[in-house]
Design a protein around this ligand. Structure first.
Ligand code: FCB
Length: 451
């Protein structure tokens, strides 16, 4: 294989999220989140797993920074737990919550690691869900209050802000498919939620800029590459529908094109918009287009669509092609999709900069008798995706950094601890951290800025 070298200013990091790693779910004044409620409800999460303890990062953060240093990480993307800061979602601030993240940020900066902070990675304060959650416009207002409190405290040191992580997952997996908190199955609720998520992003951007001078502000979307299973018109429309549902429904309004007309028409026809678009008020669509500095892309796999696999519900339309290589999560390994989504986003929407804010794979390989974790499949997965990202840079895509999901094995939402995405192994009973072979390989990639 030929040598691949990334641009000099390229940033290499790892990503995590608060609920997936912190534990300490009810310590130091933290309020409950919808994921506390959801995981404590029998039958919701595989094996009854919860994030009560998770990786115990809340207590082991200093050790985790040392771990990052030992792996040469240049940046660390983490999220803030909203109910640690505002236990009721708004109003009373919990100083202990702010202190925790302040110490973390200081520790990272001392170690020379750039913090990328995500404000919302799914742990909504339960108090706000009790008032309707994201389907309630008031939640968008509360988000701005939260963004203001956090950025006033950390904005002098944090210079990279991500408002939301994957609003599609929040709106649709949480409120329509129902496999994530709060576990609802209602299209109109999900569609209203999607709008309020985007609106809260647009409203928070100027607040973050005001409180964090010179900062880069963006949003992270989960993307899929949607492809028709055959050349038929029916399959083409199925793929177009998946693309509209997952990609265009979010990117179009963010980049000033309003909600895609084909999807609005389809949702009306299917009865998902009984009150039309009444949740959109005058000025909302302008507010959503607030100028950002970058787009964060999370890319994992593609979707091959075919009419036979679903009803009119595109969430059911993913066919893993026969004999395809898959991860232990049964997600197809499709590195070309990294190149394709980066080019598509760049040429269609032209964000000034792009970061891959997540990419990685679930493989269950654990320690051998010598305590080493030989996860060659993960190294191979990452190598191929890095190479595809590099091809995109050569094609002109302004890709500025790459965050591997995840720094460590963690609570994988509805799958609990059964899926391991980490480059560092977590021994859950003891909390021991063991860098896997992929982590040691990644360390060398960072040192060489390529491979
Ligand atoms: C993404 C999430 C992240 C993790 C990975 C596997 O959708 O943002 O928290 O669960 O998938």
């Amino acid at each position: 294989m030929t040598n691949i070298t990334f641009p000099n200013d390229f940033t290499w990091g790892c990503a995590t999220a608060s609920y997936q790693i912190e534990g300490a779910w009810n310590e130091d004044g933290k309020g409950p989140s919808i994921w506390d409620t959801f995981s404590h409800t029998p039958g919701r999460v595989k094996n009854g797993d919860t994030g009560d303890v998770a990786c115990d990062h809340y207590h082991r953060w200093a050790e985790d920074i040392k771990l990052m240093t030992s792996l040469n990480l240049q940046a660390y993307r983490f999220s803030i737990s909203w109910p640690r800061i505002l236990p009721q979602g708004r109003g009373q601030v919990n100083p202990a919550g702010l202190d925790f993240y302040s110490r973390l940020v200081d520790g990272l900066l001392e170690a020379g690691i750039t913090p990328f902070v995500t404000l919302y990675h799914w742990d909504l304060p339960q108090a706000l869900q009790d008032e309707g959650g994201w389907a309630n416009r008031a939640t968008a207002e509360a988000f701005v209050e939260y963004a203001n409190v956090v950025s006033r405290h950390l904005g002098d040191r944090v210079k990279h802000w991500i408002t939301h992580n994957e609003p599609w997952v929040v709106a649709f997996l949480g409120n329509q498919v129902g496999i994530h908190a709060p576990g609802l199955q209602d299209w109109p609720t999900a569609l209203a939620a999607s709008h309020h998520l985007l609106l809260s992003h647009g409203w928070a951007v100027p607040v973050l800029r005001e409180n964090s001078p010179g900062a880069e502000v963006g949003i992270t979307l989960n993307t899929t590459v949607a492809m028709p299973a055959t050349g038929s018109a029916v399959d083409y429309h199925a793929a177009r529908d998946v693309d509209g549902y997952m990609n265009r429904w979010f990117m179009d309004p963010l980049y000033g094109r309003r909600y895609p007309a084909d999807m609005v028409a389809a949702y009306r026809e299917r009865g998902y918009l009984p009150n039309g678009l009444s949740f959109i008020r005058d000025g909302d669509l302008e507010d959503i287009t607030a100028q950002t500095d970058f787009l964060g892309i999370n890319y994992y796999t593609r979707t091959v669509a075919d009419e036979s696999t679903g009803s009119d519900d595109p969430s059911t339309r993913r066919i893993p092609p026969a004999d395809t290589e898959v991860t232990d999560f049964d997600w197809e390994v499709y590195p070309d999709g990294m190149f394709e989504i980066l080019c598509r986003v760049h040429f269609d929407y032209r964000p000034p900069k792009i970061y891959i804010t997540e990419n990685g794979a679930s493989y269950s390989d654990g320690p051998d008798e010598n305590g080493r974790v030989h996860d060659e499949r993960r190294t191979s997965f990452l190598r191929r995706h890095f190479a595809a990202a590099h091809r995109a840079i050569e094609a002109g895509v302004p890709l500025k950094g790459y965050f591997v999901w995840s720094l460590m094995d963690n609570f994988e939402w509805a799958e609990g601890y059964s899926q391991r995405f980490g480059i560092v192994w977590i021994d859950y009973p003891t909390g021991q951290r063991i860098p896997k072979d992929s982590a040691l390989w990644y360390k060398e990639v960072i040192a060489a800025n390529g491979f």
